[in-house]
Design a protein around this ligand. Structure first.
Ligand code: ADP
Ligand code: MG
Length: 174
């Protein structure tokens, strides 16, 4: 996927009561505005990467990008599980994430236990893969310390332009 690593941030909004917290795996949901800006080559499925809330520490994460049944399968959602135990919820705060690598496509599971086992195995895979030097350096990226969106937004936009094979034509006299 050409768009990886993919940087984005947005407010944490309420999900639709799937009870993921009760399963021990809460997922912080991004608003539609963030989901709608995903580049076309970011397929649905499970990714691993880095995440931070506000200006806090950067933690490992897994993120699911997929079709939310509560939107009658017409609306994609992005849900991040941060691999850290927080004392409090962080609804309304800014979540910054960088998607680093792809784990697997979306699947449905025969039982809740199978789903939980799959997510736990995704989490273990994320923990190991993110230790690779090329991935660990993204944890230190200034995206997580800068307060504006601008740099990465421009980089994401340029990457998309490259993907679409846009060509810059030099204009004589300029
Ligand atoms: P919702 O349906 O509102 O998304 P969840 O049960 O998925 O509810 O819980 C998500 C919320 O839990 C997040 O929005 C966040 O405020 C909180 N939370 C606490 N710990 C974590 C964590 N480690 N990763 C993600 N969200 C967490
Ligand atoms: Mg959720």
């Amino acid at each position: 996927m050409k768009s990886l690593p993919y940087f984005c941030r947005g407010e944490v909004v309420r999900g639709f009561g799937r009870g993921s917290k009760e399963l021990g795996i809460p997922t912080a949901n991004f608003p539609d505005s963030v989901v709608d800006n995903l580049p076309a080559d970011i397929s649905t499925g499970i990714y691993y990467g880095w995440a931070c809330i506000g200006n806090g520490d950067v933690y490992k994460m897994v993120i699911s990008i997929g079709w939310n049944p509560y939107y009658k399968n017409t609306k994609k959602s992005m849900e991040t599980h941060v691999i850290h135990k927080f004392k409090e919820d962080f609804y309304g705060q800014t979540l910054s994430v960088v998607l680093v690598g792809y784990i697997r496509s979306e699947k449905s599971f025969p039982s809740l236990e199978d789903l939980i086992a799959a997510i736990n195995s995704d989490i273990e895979e994320a923990k190991v893969k993110l230790e690779l030097p090329e991935h660990i350096k993204l944890k230190e990226d200034n995206f997580f310390t800068s307060t504006t969106n601008s740099n990465k937004a421009i980089q994401n936009a340029l990457q998309e332009l490259k993907g679409n094979k846009f060509v810059l034509i030099p204009v004589l006299g300029c």
